[in-house]
Design a protein around this ligand. Structure first.
Ligand SMILES: Cc1cc2nc3c(=O)[nH]c(=O)nc-3n(C[C@H](O)[C@H](O)[C@H](O)COP(=O)(O)OP(=O)(O)OC[C@H]3O[C@@H](n4cnc5c(N)ncnc54)[C@H](O)[C@@H]3O)c2cc1C
Ligand SMILES: *[C@@H]1O[C@H](CO)[C@@H](O)[C@H](O)[C@H]1NC(C)=O
Ligand SMILES: *[C@@H]1O[C@H](CO)[C@@H](O)[C@H](O)[C@H]1NC(C)=O
Ligand SMILES: *[C@@H]1O[C@H](CO)[C@@H](O)[C@H](O)[C@H]1NC(C)=O
Ligand SMILES: *[C@@H]1O[C@H](CO)[C@@H](O)[C@H](O)[C@H]1NC(C)=O
Ligand SMILES: *[C@@H]1O[C@H](CO)[C@@H](O)[C@H](O)[C@H]1NC(C)=O
Ligand SMILES: *[C@@H]1O[C@H](CO)[C@@H](O)[C@H](O)[C@H]1NC(C)=O
Ligand SMILES: *[C@@H]1O[C@H](CO)[C@@H](O)[C@H](O)[C@H]1NC(C)=O
Ligand SMILES: *[C@@H]1O[C@H](CO)[C@@H](O)[C@H](O)[C@H]1NC(C)=O
Ligand SMILES: *[C@@H]1O[C@H](CO)[C@@H](O)[C@H](O)[C@H]1NC(C)=O
Ligand SMILES: *[C@@H]1O[C@H](CO)[C@@H](O)[C@H](O)[C@H]1NC(C)=O
Length: 557
């Protein structure tokens, strides 16, 4: 890991704080130390967006500090809970163990305790604990609702920069074979009979109607990929880059519309890291983390800033509060789960025996030949379709299909995606120390409920078709399936990017088309919170594309 000279300066900073007065920034009881070292850029949050942004900044030789509240999850980033059978790997690295993170205790260790929906508080962000499903966005994901400057033709070069380093793969095993594809043969055979078609989702990302594909995973060199593996090592080669983990940013410190640094909280207490003259702060704390930092910085609805203040955060004087619709309009994909019994003989990989080291066949294939089922993620087929409800809106659906408990049981995780019209509201809880939903983002509109009902009815009809030899398990009727929806964990839109300045009447946007917070001179946001629309597939690929595009605009602005 890159060692920064900064840590020793924390102590020095404490001495300086005792000698110099920072009282104007802290009217309350606590005195905070101030760093001597300053940075051209401070990036808040070491998830996919933050790592990409910080690495691209480091390439320009600007001095950049990346602050992550969690720890590193891999050996090279400081983790020491390695696998019993390979002391260079943690369960995070091995694609086949992506379903075992709860079992080994890492999911609870890495998940945030202060967000409205599930989010990861670990270096690498959501990409460290997710199922690695990697869906290249279709053009409509940008062309429908993103503003000028953010259409597919504008962001395509950013997508290509991402795919060059982090392409994902549908064939991760080094021997070129697919393992355990019984589900694919059964389900593809059935989908063919009802008129769907097989597509190559990477070559033809716009084919999203009655189409199915092999899954593409965020895997590279037989390990979980993502910016932690594909960008961070590049940044760490640069002298201008510093990473600090275990550092939670409470708020942006600002003088009026100019950010001057950030207030951080570590095991050593609270202190301030300062920007160099003309420096900038880039928020990448995620769709729930970045709104929280903004509320604490006096930016957002008045009620939320007031809650942060009553929780003891040193928000700016009220005259400097910036009224923006932070947290309004947060969106997610609702999931409908349908389990179907087939006559197949496949079953879930037994990860307990992989973790224990007793599944020697799969472990040897992985360790010695970079091959086998452990190079693959959970899913075996991904499908898409769309429908049009009576509001004339086209809504898309994705199904991610894999095994579950019970031989031959096909688990279909079906999401309603791009085109859905519901949104929620993210606020602070009454204690002012965690985000919660004032309104959940799911199935709030009649159009969404009608469209979801039609889609689920289509699935139920398919799997009840006697010729198909399937039977639906668990919830079997449409209304029960609809009502049992769960969170897709693909949150976007809580700091919407757009041309309609949210400070003005009816304005809905928090950041402008250069990803700069309205009303601030040098504060930017690059993570999932700025997306004005939901993608057709899982979020991580488009989140990375947008971070690449946003940091390019920021560096040239
Ligand atoms: C359990 C789960 C499963 C998922 N499955 C998939 C999937 O299979 N495929 C897919 O495409 N997408 C999936 N996603 C979604 C995807 O991972 C996210 O869309 C993506 O990670 C969002 O990236 P981000 O950079 O916006 O934010 P995040 O990934 O949330 O990263 C934010 C980072 O900021 C840090 N942070 C937050 N607050 C602070 C603070 N105050 N100070 C310092 N650091 C801070 C966090 O620790 C984190 O590292 C899943 C997400 C989760 C949580
Ligand atoms: C392993 O890492 C944890 C958390 O970072 C740390 O507290 C512990 O001391 C480490 N253990 C060893 C043996 O290095
Ligand atoms: C928020 O504050 C409440 C009340 O003080 C406390 O019980 C809770 O643990 C805190 N939550 C977090 C995430 O810090
Ligand atoms: C806390 O201070 C000690 C002593 O200066 C330092 O070694 C350590 O890295 C600091 N921890 C954090 C999280 O900053
Ligand atoms: C359905 O599958 C069962 C095995 O589960 C098999 O015995 C039966 O022949 C199949 N029926 C048809 C119509 O294919
Ligand atoms: C998985 O493997 C473990 C350990 O080898 C074993 O105890 C357990 O019964 C297996 N589980 C299943 C569902 O086969
Ligand atoms: C452990 O995994 C690494 C990375 O995949 C591999 O290079 C190495 O050979 C493995 N070690 C053993 C002992 O199998
Ligand atoms: C939907 O489109 C049809 C045909 O163009 C039109 O008749 C109808 O009024 C539209 N409905 C809505 C709600 O816009
Ligand atoms: C399973 O069902 C399919 C579809 O009906 C049928 O073609 C096949 O023969 C069955 N397989 C077995 C092993 O029964
Ligand atoms: C649908 O299923 C639920 C749960 O299994 C059940 O309670 C409900 O009565 C069913 N509704 C209809 C219309 O069959
Ligand atoms: C804001 O929206 C309301 C209701 O749609 C409308 O009456 C009002 O004129 C709008 N104000 C501005 C400044 O656009």
């Amino acid at each position: 890991m890159h060692h920064s000279p900064f840590t020793s300066l924390v102590a020095l900073g404490s001495l300086l704080a005792a000698a110099t007065s920072t009282a104007h920034q802290f009217p309350s009881t606590h005195a905070s130390s101030v760093s001597e070292e300053t940075y051209d850029y401070i990036v808040v949050g070491g998830g996919p967006s933050g790592i990409i942004a910080a690495e691209r900044i480091a390439e320009t030789n600007k001095k950049v500090l990346l602050l992550e509240r969690g720890t590193g999850p891999t050996v090279s980033t400081g983790a020491n809970k390695t696998l019993s059978w390979n002391d260079t790997l943690t369960p995070i690295d091995v694609p086949g163990l992506s379903t075992a993170l709860s079992e080994v205790g890492l999911f609870s260790e890495y998940v945030c305790d202060d967000t409205a929906g599930t989010a990861a508080c670990v270096l690498g962000g959501g990409c460290t604990i997710n199922y690695m499903v990697f869906v290249h966005p279709q053009e409509a994901d940008f062309n429908d609702k993103w503003p000028q400057g953010w259409k597919w033709s504008d962001v395509e070069p950013a997508a290509n920069r991402l795919y060059e380093r982090n392409p994902g793969t549908s064939l991760p095993s080094a021997d070129g074979k697919r393992y355990d594809y019984g589900i694919y043969s059964i389900l593809s055979g059935f989908l063919d009979t009802v008129g769907w078609k097989a597509v190559d989702q990477v070559a033809n990302p716009n084919e999203k109607y009655q189409a199915y594909s092999y899954p593409v995973w965020n895997v590279k060199d037989e390990k979980r990929a993502g910016p932690l593996r594909t960008y961070l090592p590049l940044a760490q080669q640069s002298k201008s880059f510093t990473l600090r983990t275990g550092v939670k940013v409470n708020r942006v410190v600002r003088t009026g519309s100019t950010a001057t640094g950030v207030e951080i909280q570590t095991a050593n207490g609270t202190s301030i890291v300062q920007l160099a003259p003309n420096g900038r702060v880039v928020l990448a704390a995620g769709a729930m983390g970045s709104p929280h930092v903004l509320f604490n910085s006096g930016i957002g609805p008045q009620a939320e800033i007031a809650k942060a203040q009553s929780a003891g955060i040193s928000v700016p004087a009220e005259k400097d509060w910036i009224s923006l619709p932070v947290g309004a309009g947060i969106k997610d994909h609702p999931i409908f789960l349908v389990n179907v019994q087939s006559n197949g003989t496949f079953s879930l990989l037994n990860t307990t025996s992989v973790v224990a080291g007793t599944d020697t066949a799969d472990i040897e294939l992985y360790d010695e030949q970079d091959s086998g089922i452990l190079t693959q993620g959970r899913h075996r087929l991904v499908f898409w379709t769309s429908n049009v409800a009576s509001d004339n809106v086209t809504r898309f659906y994705q199904g991610s299909v894999g095994a579950t408990t019970g031989e031959g049981v096909i688990a279909i995780t079906a999401y309603m995606t791009h085109g859905l019209t519901s949104s929620g509201t993210l606020v602070l809880n009454d204690a002012g120390n965690a985000t919660v939903f004032e309104t959940v983002p799911y199935l709030q509109t009649a159009g969404d409920r009608e469209a979801a009902t039609d889609f689920i009815q289509q699935m139920v009809d398919y799997y009840n078709n006697p010729a198909a030899n399937f039977s639906i398990q668990g919830y079997t009727n449409v209304s029960a399936i609809l009502d049992s929806y769960t969170a897709g964990i693909h949150f976007v839109g809580s700091n919407k990017l757009g041309t309609d300045d949210g400070r003005l009447a009816n304005g809905t946007s928090v950041v402008d088309t250069n990803a700069k917070v309205y009303g601030m001179d040098n504060l930017y946001v690059v993570d999932a919170s700025i997306h004005p629309d939901l993608p057709t597939g899982n979020a991580q690929a488009i989140v990375m594309v947008v971070a690449e595009a946003a940091i390019a605009k920021i560096l040239s602005a």
